[in-house]
Ligand binder design. Structure first.
Ligand SMILES: NC(=O)c1ccc[n+]([C@@H]2O[C@H](COP(=O)([O-])OP(=O)(O)OC[C@H]3O[C@@H](n4cnc5c(N)ncnc54)[C@H](OP(=O)(O)O)[C@@H]3O)[C@@H](O)[C@H]2O)c1
Length: 252
């Protein structure tokens, strides 16, 4: 049996990743503040299980207790492989750095950077204890690789996630484990996050008109198409290269 823990399954890319995994025969545990009833139906049709954990991932102090329960659900006697996909994130606050509040920056970093760091560690720790192989995917963004006016928090959290992922991958290689940790950059997709980006003011986000144009020109990918590529990569697990930065643009 294969299990996947996916964060941010209520909508957007995370919902599509969970759906594709269920259809591929993987049991899924989803985490978000809101439920996604459709995934229960997909699980029934695919004869696998879908379990939802309601959790605000900015409450990082609760993650060890929640992942104690989640790890019990996925690291079982007959488990051959556990995937963790750290997908949940926010682009907010969108504004120049001097306008950021402490609360907004704190919530951003907790969700985008600290939560994936903690979940990666908790899953790898349990994987080591159980001797079950695990493959962790951290969802990145092009924003990590270049500076965008108004996205200092988002660029910083995604760049931090990239470095963290590369470092943990290196450690696992040096330790000679079978676990793999990778990055996946989905590029621009038609989700609520893009709605947040388009609703920013030009004073907060200089490139807002360009992003409105992407939407008008139908340049935003369908999350289901991008999730299909990611899940195809994950299903061919022997071929996955530990530490690799996978990008959707290389599969088009
Ligand atoms: N969309 C793009 O163009 C794009 C481009 C590059 C990279 N990405 C990356 O792709 C990933 C998915 O983005 P998306 O566009 O699908 O975003 P989205 O549509 O805004 O969905 C975000 C998901 O994360 C969950 N989430 C948000 N805050 C949370 C919290 N505090 N606790 C728990 N769950 C939370 C949401 O669920 P609840 O609200 O129910 O909690 C939702 O399921 C992100 O890592 C993003 O950085 C997106």
């Amino acid at each position: 049996m294969k299990y996947a823990v996916v964060t941010g399954t209520s909508k957007g890319f995370g919902a599509s990743i969970a759906e594709r995994l269920l259809k591929a025969g993987v049991n899924v545990v989803g985490i978000a503040r809101n439920q996604n009833q459709q995934l229960n139906q997909v699980a029934d049709e695919s004869r696998v299980s879908y379990q939802h954990f309601t959790c605000n991932l900015t409450d990082v102090d609760r993650l060890d207790r929640i992942f104690e329960k989640i790890n019990d659900q996925v690291f079982k006697k007959d488990t051959e492989l556990v995937y963790l996909i750290n997908n949940a994130a926010t682009v907010n606050p969108i504004d120049i750095a001097t306008k950021h509040t402490i609360e907004a920056v704190q919530a951003h970093m907790q969700l985008n950077l600290i939560a994936p760091i903690i979940t990666t560690a908790l899953v790898l720790k349990r994987a080591k204890h159980c001797g079950i192989k695990t493959i962790i995917t951290n969802i990145s963004s092009g924003a990590a690789d270049r500076s965008t006016y108004g996205w200092s928090a988002y660029g910083a959290s995604k760049a931090g996630l990239n470095r963290y992922t590369n470092t943990v991958a290196l450690e696992q290689k040096e330790l000679g484990t079978k676990h793999k940790v990778i990055l996946f950059n989905p590029s621009i997709m038609d989700t609520n996050m893009q709605g947040d980006i388009r609703s920013a003011s030009p004073e907060s986000f200089q490139a807002v008109d360009q992003f409105k144009q992407y939407k008008e020109d139908n340049q935003l990918s369908d999350t289901s198409d991008v999730a299909e590529v990611l899940v195809d990569i994950l299903m061919d697990e022997e071929k996955i290269i530990n530490g690799k930065y996978y990008q959707i643009k290389d599969y088009r």
